[in-house]
Design a protein around this ligand. Structure first.
Ligand SMILES: Cc1cc2nc3c(=O)[nH]c(=O)nc-3n(C[C@H](O)[C@H](O)[C@H](O)COP(=O)(O)OP(=O)(O)OC[C@H]3O[C@@H](n4cnc5c(N)ncnc54)[C@H](O)[C@@H]3O)c2cc1C
Length: 306
């Protein structure tokens, strides 16, 4: 089937709707790098309409069996790549066991986008201003990637390469993502600054903090940023320096300032490099403090983990 003519916006392309992963992979091989996988189409179709992408074919994953669903297994959550944003947003289990993911979902575009867009699509698209790639770094995501030669598992640190570029090869398909859950006593915070709700973030910060046995000092901390560099950023260097600090410590602001100074956000119509660094600095400091406050609130037995 061929689509596209002078009246339609995208360049002409072939369309395939395989029923199995093997079939989808064979089609990708057949087009020798000139085909694109179609998930929710919420990023790919606009790019094609603007002729910024002109694939010879779309391989629609909609009907491929085994690519959807959420499955908790001990301390991990498996997410099928084709699981829609809306399913995650509405999942009571996600809200209870990985609340920050529930909290982040409403920031992913608008309702209509989330009803079509997929978890795997957001990650494969690798937009550094997107919320879900940053969360993937916060939960030590492992990406399961299928190719004609078999399946490989890739840690988040090797997955995001640069702006809109992941380690996925043209003939590979992301089939699932595994997130390692935080312990129940971990607090979290999620903040983002955008021009309007639903827009991509100018800058955002997701943080996870555990407190020591006395509930006073930071025992472990993780901080992930989005919209501030060419990939999502985990503050791996800064995180150990937070251990042992009380959440009111002035040192947190210093750590945030030092971490923000190392970021390389682009200057664009929405803000300069300096502006974005400044937002990041503020978000890091408040993100850590808010996550610590949340962890502290979880120590009160009658409080339900939000
Ligand atoms: C107006 C607007 C606002 C938006 N705002 C936000 C926002 O604030 N935050 C945000 O995160 N997103 C936002 N989005 C994007 C939205 O979240 C998309 O759903 C998401 O980026 C891509 O998911 P998708 O399933 O639609 O993927 P598609 O658009 O179908 O695919 C995106 C890319 O990933 C590849 N791909 C998809 N799935 C796979 C797979 N399983 N294996 C290999 N490659 C794959 C495709 O080939 C394509 O290159 C916005 C979109 C629009 C139109």
């Amino acid at each position: 089937m061929a689509f596209g003519n002078a009246e339609m916006k995208p360049a002409p392309f072939d369309y395939h709707r395989p029923a199995t992963l093997e079939e989808a992979l064979a089609l990708l091989e057949r087009y020798e790098g000139d085909a694109k996988v179609l998930a929710g189409g919420q990023s790919l179709i606009p790019l094609m309409n603007m002729r910024l992408a002109r694939p010879a074919a779309l391989i629609d994953l909609e009907r491929v069996a085994g690519l959807t669903g959420l499955r908790f297994d001990g301390d991990v959550l498996h997410v099928g790549a084709m699981t829609r944003h809306m399913e995650i947003e509405r999942s009571a289990a996600v809200r209870e066991r990985i609340g920050i993911l529930s909290a982040a979902m409403p920031y992913v575009g608008h309702l209509a986008i989330r009803s079509r867009g997929t978890f795997g699509g957001s990650l494969a698209h690798a937009d550094p201003a997107a919320e879900l790639p940053a969360l993937a770094t916060l939960f030590d995501a492992t990406f399961t990637i299928a190719g004609s030669g078999g399946t490989r598992e890739v840690p988040w640190s090797d997955f995001f390469i640069t702006f809109l570029t992941s380690c996925l090869e043209p003939a590979e398909i992301l089939t699932g993502i595994t997130l390692t859950l935080a312990p129940p006593q971990a607090g979290w915070s999620f903040h983002e600054i955008a021009r309007r709700h639903g827009d991509f973030a100018l800058a955002g910060c997701a943080a996870r903090v555990e407190l020591d046995a006395e509930g006073e000092r930071i025992a472990s901390a993780r901080v992930a940023l989005f919209g501030v560099d060419a990939t999502p950023v985990r503050l791996l260097e800064a995180e150990p320096a937070l251990i042992g600090l009380v959440s009111s410590a002035a040192a947190i602001a210093d750590i945030a300032a030092a971490a923000a100074a190392k970021l390389e956000p682009a200057t664009d119509v929405h803000g300069s490099t300096a502006f974005r660094r400044d937002i990041a600095r503020r978000l890091i400091a408040s993100g850590i403090r808010d996550a610590a406050a949340h962890a502290s609130s979880l120590r009160t037995p009658e409080k339900v983990r939000a």
